[in-house]
Structures are given as C-alpha cells and as structure tokens.
Design a binder for this molecule. Structure first.
Ligand code: GDP
Length: 193
C-alpha cells in the first residue's frame, strides 16, 4: 500500500474513549526509546507526525492515527523506562491489556524490539497477552543499522529462541536506512483483508 494521507486523531487512556470506527487497526508496542516514534514516522511517511526523542515516559496515552481514511494505527505507551516511577509504569500494562482485549478491529500487533537487546518480562507478558487474545504478531527489530550482518543474524536467532517465535515473524527495520518500510506496508495490506 501507499500512504497518501495520515493524521493524528485522538489520545485515550481507557476503552470508553477509544474511537468507535471499524477500520482495520494496526497497533505498535515497544519499550520507551525503542524507536517507535521514528518507525511510525517512517511508515507514515511524515517526519513530524509522531514526536521522536520525546522525554521518556511522557507518552502515557494510546494515540490513534487515521491512515488513508480506511485504516487506523494505535501507538501504545512505551513501557520499561527504568527512571519512570513504578506507580506510573504499573498503570501501563492494564491500559495495554484493556486495549488488546477490547479492540475488535485490531488486525496485527507490531511488537518493537531493539535489535541489540534481549527481550525481557515486558515482551514476554505482552506476547502472552496477544497470543491469548489471538492477535497476530509481527516482531519488529529496530535500529538494525547498528549491527553488522552477522550480529543481526545472531540477534534474530536469539530473539526467535527466547520468544519462541518463528523467524518468519521477525522483521528487520532501520529508520536511518529506511529498511523494512516496504515489508511492513505489505504486511499491513495482507492483514487488512
Ligand atoms: P521511542 O521512544 O520508542 O518513540 O523512540 P524514538 O523514535 O524517539 O527514538 C529513540 C532514539 O533512537 C532517538 O535518538 C532516535 O534517533 C534513535 N533511533 C530511532 N530509530 C533508529 C534507527 O533505526 N537507527 C538508529 N541508529 N537510531 C534510531
């Protein structure tokens, strides 16, 4: 697909506020600083639409975007920033759970993982929640430009083993080199049907 038009719609903290349309929806999950805003801007083809390098933990809402007037993207709050107070961190998982369990039009979850990092509790909990709710998952490795080819192959193998996820469900991206944009857009097409 080509993205011709994309705009921010609304920010929500609970399901009663979620927009009530039925466009196929694509959700983006990941820890703070994983590169989620940069990736969304790359996919949407608009540099400033999602604020990058925002103070970690500032985005504590679920942000909805309308794409081509026929699909929606949901940007879920980044979790796992060590400096964030535990009370704030604890708020996120129930919000994420409420989103996953209530969003009938959710077609696919992009779970972003920094290609240089080992997945931890956050990723395990999130994947379990998605699997329980039968939401298809695309593991999206970010900042792949920071690794050599060999390092990247090792990282994919490690992440596939740790998360028990097929390598075919792991996608390589870099917003520095525009890597992965075409593949993610094709996935969105495939799962919009
Ligand atoms: P967010 O907190 O997950 O939304 O992350 P941001 O998109 O704000 O990115 C966090 C930091 O990682 C910023 O300094 C970005 O410039 C950097 N970054 C994001 N994507 C990439 C990438 O693909 N390659 C490299 N080298 N840096 C990236």
């Amino acid at each position: 697909m080509n993205i011709k038009k994309a705009y921010f719609l609304t920010s929500c903290v609970k399901s009663s506020q979620f927009p009530a349309f039925s466009y196929p929806e694509f959700a983006f999950f990941g820890r703070s600083n994983v590169g989620k805003s940069s990736l969304l801007n790359m996919i949407l083809g608009q540099k400033g639409l999602v604020k990058t390098g925002a103070r970690p933990g500032v985005t504590q809402t679920i942000n909805f975007f309308i794409v081509n007037d026929n699909r929606s993207f949901a940007d879920l709050p980044g979790i796992g920033y060590a400096k964030l107070p535990l009370s704030v961190k604890k708020k996120f998982m129930p919000m994420i759970k409420e989103y996953i369990t209530s969003r009938d039009n959710l077609k696919l979850a992009f779970v972003l993982i920094d290609a240089r990092r080992t997945p931890g509790d956050y990723e395990h909990d999130l994947l379990n929640l998605l699997i329980e709710n039968k939401i298809p998952i695309a593991i999206t490795l970010t900042k792949c430009d920071k690794l050599s080819k060999n390092e990247l192959a090792k990282s994919i193998a490690d992440i596939s083993n740790t998360l028990e996820i097929d390598k075919k469900s792991i996608f390589i991206t870099s917003t520095k080199t525009n890597t992965g944009k075409k593949e993610l857009l094709s996935l969105i097409d495939e799962f919009s049907r």
